[in-house]
Design a protein around this ligand. Structure first.
Ligand code: NAD
Length: 380
């Protein structure tokens, strides 16, 4: 079995899908691993480190992809990449397929069996394969670091000979995986931290991290969690009450980090133009939901916007990629954990169990067809 690790073709993607640690493990399973030259460079892994653990380095994507049975990527392969792969090859990546049905069809037509790591069910067995969590955790950490870097003051309270500096006030909106890490990071830096979410279970989590919970705790709030543990879209009435509460709170904050998402829906708008305008000059908002439409009015994807009142809205894209080495290491481990279950130890070949729930949940294309239930044409 030949495994190919390709360079990412999107210039905005510095991560890589395999690191020496995982290459070693694939080798131990009996695979030949071919890495495209330079694939790991932006994640801090030179070719020589892959070679040192037994990988072959190929000069081009063509050479790396030729005859590969299994192709590891961070992002969905482009149509050009698909042409380099043999029919029947298996491709595993973060496929970001919604709204890209045409591209899925291209991958299916190329005869590729593709798997979307972000569709991994959030069950105990698959925790080690959960790329959403591994990457969101880093994004939450990095959001605080980015916010602190844009903030022209210190985070902790400091008592110095020149006088006392107050601690920064940091408000985290959305307490999923990213939000929890943002709370912990801001606390470690010495900020006074508050947080809000629409899921009642988060209150205890926020408090256990030493932050204060801020939310309208009415009857709707008490039932605002789906069976899967995700947020529901809240009623207009709840959103108005929450906005009133948040309005007064935000005006007193130095740094606001927003992470709120609802699966399959645009990101909820949590911070209005009026709220942004109420913030002090020099305050910072970091919008981690900017790629899904943004939580903050005026946030621009890929930009840092300075508002009329002197606040900054930070809208970095691919925030996990801003920690490319760590993000790659964790992504590569997630990938290995999944792929290990697809490889037969005896024959040392791919032996995909198509009725396994993890396979069914993540498989997008197979045998020339788009097979995932979320991408079937709607019945007329
Ligand atoms: P997410 O990225 O989908 O959303 C981030 C947060 O935004 C969520 O906490 C959500 O409740 C919140 N949010 C949505 N609308 C909001 C609003 N209007 N105001 C304020 N906050 C709002 O979430 P996630 O990080 O993927 O986590 C979602 C759930 O999945 C959590 O319960 C988490 O613990 C759980 N989870 C389980 C596993 C597992 O069992 N393996 C792994 C990871 C996460």
């Amino acid at each position: 079995m030949r495994i190919a690790v390709l360079s990412e073709t999107d210039a905005a993607e510095p991560r890589v899908a395999a690191v020496p640690e995982t290459v070693k493990k694939y080798k131990a399973l009996g695979a030949d691993v071919v890495v495209q030259s330079g694939a790991g460079l932006s994640a801090g892994v030179p070719d020589a480190e892959y070679e040192a653990v037994g990988a072959t380095v190929a000069a081009s994507a063509e050479d790396a992809a030729r005859d590969a049975d299994l192709v590891l990527k961070v992002r969905r392969p482009s149509a050009e990449e698909a042409k380099l792969l043999k029919r029947g090859a298996t491709v595993v990546a973060i496929m970001d397929p919604y709204g890209r049905e045409d591209e899925l069809k291209v991958l299916a037509d190329a005869g590729l069996d593709t798997f979307a790591m972000e569709f991994m069910p959030r069950i105990t067995r698959a925790q080690v394969m959960d790329v959403l969590s591994s990457q969101a955790n880093l994004a939450g950490y990095r959001a605080v670091i980015d916010g602190a870097a844009e903030y022209g003051r210190s985070m902790p309270m400091m008592m110095t000979a020149a006088g006392t500096v107050p601690a920064a006030r940091v408000f985290i909106m959305g307490v999923g995986v990213a939000g929890l890490q943002a709370i912990a990071t801001a606390r470690r830096l010495g900020a006074v931290v508050t947080a809000t979410d629409v899921r009642p279970a988060t209150k205890e989590q926020v408090e256990s991290l030493g932050a204060k919970f801020v939310a309208v705790e009415d009857d709707e709030f008490k039932q605002a969690e789906t069976a899967g543990g995700y947020a529901k879209e809240m009623s207009a009435e709840y959103q108005r009450k929450q906005a009133d509460l948040v309005k007064g709170h935000i005006a007193k904050q130095d740094i606001v980090i927003t992470t709120a998402l609802i699966p399959g829906r645009p990101a909820p708008k949590l911070v209005s133009e009026e709220m942004v305008a109420s913030m002090k000059p020099g305050s910072v908002l970091v919008d981690l939901a900017v790629e899904r439409g943004g939580n903050v009015a005026g946030a621009k994807a890929g930009e840092i916007v300075t508002t009329a009142n002197g606040a900054k809205i930070v809208g970095h894209l691919n925030v996990p990629g801003r920690l490319a080495a760590t993000a790659s290491a964790l992504y590569a481990r997630n990938l290995y954990a999944f792929l290990e279950t697809l490889i037969d130890k005896e024959s040392k070949a791919l032996a995909i169990k198509w009725d396994d729930e993890l396979v069914k949940a993540t498989n997008l294309t197979r045998d020339g067809q788009v097979v995932h239930p979320s991408f079937q044409p709607k019945a007329a």
